[in-house]
Design a protein around this ligand. Structure first.
Ligand code: 7TS
Length: 412
């Protein structure tokens, strides 16, 4: 862990110094994707300049080097989330593909008529739509855990929804809309006591806090590299070996085979059974560099900075009488995402107007339409911080926000 100097850190991120609309970029859309430090960009460039080859095939020097880099990244990911074995680490394109892999492979094999799959109402579409497909195919049922008034979760509701019929509980550790951090460990314990398996969508948590799969006792964990300083196109599926071993392959083709006969095939051992085709070595190398960078900063520093920014932004937003916040109003079990609406203003107008001040925020349904319907909000605006954001940026955001209603013809 290094001493935390945000201005020094920002120098590592070329995009953060870009001008947009003649102003310095204030990037507050980190839940969608984060920017990349030079360390990550250099690692990818270095890979292509010195080691590029198709791994797992050529016995030549570069082929061996590419394989070592790819497998080295897998080992780095294993350490990062404290998995037992690299056999449990599958590289995917992103969290979405990892969830689809579980649904199509585990879900199609193990879900039967009358079984239940339980998710939270705040899930991202990527953790809803694959399950809809499975329950439709298998005549099973998809059930939702709803939230409290304060956008948190009640264990009583959990115990009502998770029953002996529940086979899968799949939930995000942190909501990408509300910022709520859910008690995954407690839920996993309860779900296991009912005989269900637990899938943790770590897309919004893994970049921001230490996630330990053994401590959580997650059966599966998914996340995306691009939300944690890595490149797009690389994601991770962690699965307990006992489950992955029994699951059929998801995609078929090269690299995932052992022997192919004219009419049949035997499959490679884990983890390659689930990695069909030429792997994304660039992505794995970039993800490894991203983990190196994050661990050098240290989660303690990352969380301190994010908490300070989120608490400050919440305080400033609460001072504005026409702002409604969708998410916990205090910092307990809450991450660095704030969704809100401005009375009388469409979220897309809000995003367009603050953009003229250089502020990048998100507007829309955030790929969580069932949640939006539940909240009775067609859309919201959303800011999401990472450790490289500053208090000054929060001030610029709030100043630009305070001008929106005047732009749209309101008095204040
Ligand atoms: N799960 C959660 C909780 C997410 O927030 C997202 C992406 C995904 C899964 C899917 O990740 P992907 O990398 O496979 O696309 N969330 C967002 C967001 O909030 N704005 O843009 C993408």
């Amino acid at each position: 862990m290094i001493s935390f100097d945000v201005e020094r850190i920002r120098e590592d991120f070329p995009t953060l110094n870009e001008k947009v609309n003649g102003r310095t970029l204030v990037y507050l859309d980190n839940a969608a994707t984060t920017h990349k430090p030079k360390y990550v960009l250099d690692a990818i460039k270095d890979y292509y300049e010195r080691f590029n080859a198709n791994p797992n095939r050529g016995a030549h020097y570069l082929g061996v080097s590419a394989t070592e880099l790819y497998e080295g990244a897998r080992e780095r990911v294993r350490q990062f989330i404290n998995a037992r074995s690299t056999r449990e680490i599958i590289f995917t394109r992103n969290a979405t593909e990892a969830l689809n892999l579980i649904a199509y492979s585990y879900g199609l094999k193990y879900i039967d008529e009358g079984d239940e799959i339980v998710v939270l109402i705040s899930e991202h579409h990527s953790n809803i739509v694959p399950w809809q497909k499975i329950v439709q195919t298998k005549k099973a049922k998809l059930k939702y855990i709803y939230l409290n008034e304060d956008f948190r979760l009640d264990m009583e509701e959990v115990s009502i929804k998770i029953t002996d019929k529940t086979k899968i509980v799949s939930l995000a550790q942190m909501s990408n809309v509300l910022g709520t951090i859910y008690p995954v460990k407690k839920i996993a314990e309860y779900a296991h006591s009912k005989g269900a398996i637990v899938i943790v969508d770590g897309a919004q948590s893994v970049p921001h806090m230490k996630v330990d799969v053994l401590d959580l006792d997650a059966d599966f964990l998914v996340f995306s590299g691009h939300k944690m300083l890595g490149p797009m196109g690389i994601g991770v599926l962690y699965g307990k070996e006992e489950f992955l071993e029994k699951m059929p392959p998801f995609l078929m083709g090269g690299d995932m085979i052992e022997y192919v006969e004219e009419q049949s095939t035997t499959f490679a051992e884990l983890p390659r059974k689930f990695e069909a085709g030429t792997p994304n070595v660039e992505g794995a190398v970039g993800l490894k560099a991203a983990i190196d960078y994050i661990e050098k900063i240290g989660f303690e520093n990352i969380q301190r900075q994010e908490e300070e920014l989120t608490a400050y932004a919440l305080e400033r937003l609460k001072e504005m009488p026409y702002v409604k916040i969708y998410g916990p109003l205090d910092m307990e079990d809450r991450g660095a995402v704030i969704s809100f609406s401005l009375e009388g203003c469409h979220p897309h107008d809000v995003a367009t107007i603050v953009d003229t001040y250089g502020v990048a925020l998100r507007a829309g349904h955030h790929c969580a339409q069932p949640l939006m319907k539940y909240l009775k909000a067609p859309a919201t605006s959303r800011v999401s911080f990472y450790f490289y954001n500053t208090k000054e940026e929060v001030d610029i955001f709030i100043d630009s926000l305070s001008k929106v209603r005047k732009w749209l013809g309101y008095g204040s």
